[in-house]
Design a protein around this ligand. Structure first.
Ligand SMILES: Nc1ncnc2c1ncn2[C@@H]1O[C@H](COP(=O)(O)OP(=O)(O)O)[C@@H](O)[C@H]1O
Length: 287
């Protein structure tokens, strides 16, 4: 597959953030390695990129569409889509009190769960995948802090980080429109977005992503998709996760992608930005 990296140069404003990340890196690398012995000892992913599938990360604010595009891309490339938010929700559904009570309180307030829990869930998921012969992954929702990024960097080579971007007013509308089918787990969106252009930002329209008729009566809204909690999640993203963008930008791994609209407009442009458009044409021609 062709080289897939498109690199964004760091802006001068981001250099102080990069320096902060690097200071953090040196002071936290040892602490980060202590978090999970699995991550400390296991080097399953240090394989030559020629001998494995892609190891990518999707970054972006809540509601931007990380799950939608990471999941489409994972099917397209034949690699697992690993979303730490899904791992947390599965853990909540399968564990009883008191763990589930404490965990759901954190998630429902829009806060980040502890690194210990996240590293345990992620390492278990990677280990299970490895046992099944999986190769490569697209991570979604991880890393969310520079400390998590540093820890990941210590054990796994990340090839590319895709940073999805969307206006904040649209993010809020999208989060409030999110629905999930309580039976099949499918993700949908009932919001019909028509945001006018303002402050140099172009207008943006997104059609709702409606479920098939048999899911319609089973739709639920995530408890953390209320206006108050989404605003808190956006605040936490800006505080804790934005520096992760600078961390990867400084490593020249960051691909910035501003979503131009809904899936029909954005998907072909994303493939183009990833140099995958020709790959798709070849696949369609072969089918
Ligand atoms: N890497 C992580 N570190 C800490 N907490 C996480 C992480 N990933 C997921 N979570 C927890 O799971 C919740 C849901 O995550 P996710 O589905 O990715 O939400 P979002 O729509 O905000 O991207 C987060 O608000 C947080 O409480």
């Amino acid at each position: 597959m062709a080289a897939l990296k498109r690199i964004s140069k760091p802006s001068s404003a981001s250099f102080s953030n990069i320096a902060r990340c690097l200071n953090f890196y040196s002071s936290s690398a040892a602490a980060a390695a202590e978090i999970n012995p699995y991550f400390q000892t296991h080097n399953f992913a240090r394989k030559d990129p020629k001998d494995r599938n892609v190891q990518w990360v999707f970054l972006g604010c809540p509601g931007v569409g990380k799950g939608t595009y990471a999941s489409r891309l994972s099917k397209f490339l034949g690699v697992p889509h690993i979303a730490t938010g899904d791992l947390v929700r599965e853990e909540l559904a399968s564990s009883g009190p008191p763990l589930s009570t404490g965990l759901s309180e954190i998630v429902n307030q829009g806060k980040l769960v502890s690194d210990e829990i996240i590293f345990n869930l992620l390492s278990k998921r990677l280990e299970a995948g490895e046992a099944k012969g999986e190769s490569g992954f697209i991570l979604d929702g991880f890393p969310r802090t520079v400390k998590q990024a540093v820890t990941l960097e210590g054990v796994i080579d990340i090839d590319l980080v895709v940073n999805l971007k969307l206006r904040e007013d649209v993010l809020l509308e999208k989060c409030l429109g999110r629905r999930m089918c309580s039976q099949c787990g499918g993700n949908f969106n009932v919001a019909s977005i028509n945001a006018k252009g303002e402050n140099g930002h172009p207008g943006i329209s997104m059609a709702p992503l409606l479920p098939p008729p048999h899911c319609m009566s089973k739709l639920i809204t995530r408890a953390d998709d209320t206006e108050e909690v989404v605003k808190e999640r956006l605040r936490i993203y800006n505080e804790k996760s934005q520096p992760v963008e600078d961390f990867y930008r400084s490593q020249e791994k960051l691909l910035e992608f501003g979503l131009p609209g809904g899936i029909p407009e954005s998907w072909p442009k994303l493939l183009e930005a990833l140099n995958l458009d020709e790959y798709e044409e070849k696949q369609s021609a072969a089918a």
